[in-house]
Design a protein around this ligand. Structure first.
Ligand code: DC
Length: 223
């Protein structure tokens, strides 16, 4: 009998488009490592804000970022990034980080800092005996894993996304972050050619995940 394949699932989309909820369920269903790259950009943002390095200070960013030691702690099915051994705290979901994260993520040296680290999550997933990984973000199917087995792009009406965030009791600058994330020069948020585009505005989470899972199951039977 041949060994089961190791698969890479990329999920991209705007803020509050349903990426995290879908990725978590798929990770559970197929025994994949869940990698939320937005949390990595948030963690770096919190770190740089704490060090009072603004996104416009390129020379300081170039000096500070290479000194940060990035490692991974696997908690359940989630990959948590540690910066100099420290996990992210609740502040990465704060209004302050929401307001700044897109500005830091637009800076090429910030993106470069995370590039190899994100690709290395494949090794983390293999070392922990997962059957693959599901990585969510903005440039996963376009830049990080353009040859992923499955590349999904989720979108939904801004009003529907705002409703989802407030149902979670969270304030978020969804439209402004999307505008900045889509218009930056380096790795902008975009639906890459050949990705499976899903409009979730009028779909339930179960319907979105069901569609993705049916496609994945052709290659990898559920765990
Ligand atoms: O997924 P999220 O909303 O938590 O992501 C927070 C921010 O991080 C998002 O506004 C832009 C940035 N980001 C990015 O530029 N590239 C990624 N792959 C993931 C997130």
């Amino acid at each position: 009998m041949s060994a089961s394949p190791f698969i890479i699932v990329a999920i991209d989309g705007g803020a509050a488009s349903g990426k995290s909820s879908s990725a978590k369920i798929l990770a559970e269903r197929f025994n994949l490592l869940h990698v939320d790259t937005g949390s990595f950009y948030r963690h770096l943002t919190a770190e740089l804000l704490a060090r009072m390095v603004p996104p416009g200070e390129l020379a300081t960013l170039q000096a500070v970022l290479p000194t940060l030691q990035l490692s991974t702690h696997v908690e359940g099915r989630s990959a948590r990034m540690l910066v100099d051994g420290r996990p992210a705290g609740d502040e990465i979901r704060s209004g302050e980080v929401n307001a700044h994260v897109s500005h830091y993520s637009a800076v090429p040296v910030v993106r470069h800092t995370l590039l190899a680290y994100q690709r290395n999550q494949v090794d983390v997933a293999r070392a922990h005996h997962f059957r693959g990984l599901v990585m969510e973000g903005r440039d996963i199917g376009s830049v990080i894993f353009p040859a992923a087995d499955f590349r999904f792009f989720l979108h939904a009406d801004p009003a529907e996304r705002a409703k989802r965030r407030s149902a979670e009791g969270r304030q978020d600058s969804i439209a402004e972050r999307d505008r900045l994330d889509s218009s930056r020069k380096t790795s902008p948020l975009t639906c890459p050619e050949g990705a499976i585009d899903i409009d979730s505005t009028h779909l339930t989470l179960e319907q979105v995940v069901g569609h993705m899972a049916d496609l994945i199951a052709v290659k990898l039977p559920p765990a």
